[in-house]
Structures are given as C-alpha cells and as structure tokens.
Design a protein around this ligand. Structure first.
Ligand code: 5RP
Length: 227
C-alpha cells in the first residue's frame, strides 16, 4: 500500500468520530486534506449541520472547495473534535507538528477541542520526540537571529526555514518566520515545550505535549488506534 493510500485510509477512519451538529477543528497538511474532502462529501450526502474551524489559510480554502461551512474561533462556543496530522508521535502521544508552518493556530484550536484526533502513517511513530524531525518554532521576524542563538543552550541548532525557491524565508499565516530546531535529545517534551515558550519573541513551538487524545495510525494491515 503506498503512502497516499495509507493517508486516505486513516482520513476515512476519522469520519467515524463525526456526528451531526458538531463543530470540528480542521487541521492542515496532506493527510488532513483527505479528511476534509471526505468530510465535505459526508456533509453533502447526509445533510449534516457541521461547522469547521480552520487552522490555516490552506485548510480554510480546502473547506470552501469541499463545501464545509466554516466559522472563526471567536464565533463558536466550543470545539467538539479537532482532526489533524503530525510529523512525529512518541509512545506517550506527544507530537511534533508544524512542517506546514501552521502550528500556532493548530495548537490554539486543538488544545481547546473536546477530543483531538491525530492522523499519521506508521513512519511518523518514534521512540523519542525529535529523533527524525526538527521542532518548528514560530518567531517574530525581527528576533529570529537572537532566538536562534539563545536556543543553542538546549544543545540544539536552529535554522531559518527558507521558501522552496530559497529566495526568502517562509512566512507564516501570522506574518512570522519559522526556525527549525534540531535537538541533540529531548528528554522531557512538556518541559522543552514550556522552555521554548518562555523565550521572548517566540510565538509558539511545534511540541504538542499531552494534547492528543487519539492517534490513528495507517499501516498496510489497517488502522491502529492509540489512546
Ligand atoms: C502542519 C502540520 C501537519 O499536520 C504535519 O506537518 C503533517 O502533515 P502531513 O499530513 O502532510 O504529513 O503540522 O503545520
């Protein structure tokens, strides 16, 4: 089974958590894109009254394309479930997120969801967070270099994320830069998440410790549910 098929399989499985009258946090990324497509189809076929709260311009545009009615965070009383992908998942279900540079709004919405459901393929499972992926950190542009230097005290190297054409930095939906931080070792994800947050100029970081409720893992043998 190829990777895209695994993504589709977990995205379809996530539909089993969807009920009428829900407000759903709409994540960002290639796996979640399939979920948005299937959700749009289900809303149309079953005439469900569901609102999506997008975590990025990308998910907002896809929701509009797939006919998912959307609301801003300040227009809803609560978020029932949120569905999103991740870049790494450790055995305690701590996550690294933010390859798509949408981590700030993702964390704001997913932290507030009644149930946060994560969709990954099995290649994203790691024994220790940071094993394969750097931690994205969204920073105020003027502070990027100072923050990159400060982060080195954590035995880490921070690189400014550049746009695909290398003609300038990636700019987030909030108008900020992203530092990709490769740690020698992350012993305590929650502790590191909090440490990073206290650096002035850091807007948010891609460690999502203790936020995920359910992780659906796509494998060639089917979907595994971790909780
Ligand atoms: C975006 C994210 C994505 O959810 C994460 O990068 C996973 O993406 P994909 O499903 O494309 O692998 O955090 O900021």
């Amino acid at each position: 089974m190829d990777l895209e098929e695994l993504k589709k399989t977990v995205a379809r499985e996530a539909l089993s958590f969807v009920e009428d009258d829900m407000v759903i946090g709409l994540g960002t990324g290639s796996t979640t894109s399939y979920f948005l497509k299937f959700l749009g189809e289900r809303i149309r076929e079953e005439e469900l009254e569901i609102y999506g709260v997008p975590t990025s311009y990308q998910s907002r545009l896809l929701a509009l394309e797939y006919g998912i009615p959307i609301r801003a965070l300040d227009e809803v009383d609560a978020i029932d479930i949120a569905v999103d992908g991740a870049d790494e998942v450790d055995p305690q279900l701590n996550l690294i997120k933010g390859r798509g540079a949408a981590l700030t709004m993702e964390k704001i919405i997913e932290y507030r969801a009644g149930t946060f459901i994560v969709l990954v393929d099995e290649s994203k499972l790691v024994n220790r967070l940071g094993e394969k992926m750097p931690v994205p950190v969204e920073v105020i542009p003027a502070a990027w270099r100072a923050i990159a230097e400060e982060i080195e005290v954590f035995n880490a190297r921070a690189e400014l994320r550049m746009a695909a054409k290398k003609d300038g930095p990636v700019i987030t939906d909030n108008g900020n830069f992203i530092l990709d931080v490769k740690f020698e070792r992350i012993d305590d994800p929650l502790d590191m998440e909090i440490e990073l947050k206290t650096i002035p100029g850091v807007v948010e970081n891609g460690i999502f410790a203790d936020i995920a409720d359910i992780v659906l893992v796509g494998t060639p043998q089917g979907v595994r549910k971790l909780e």
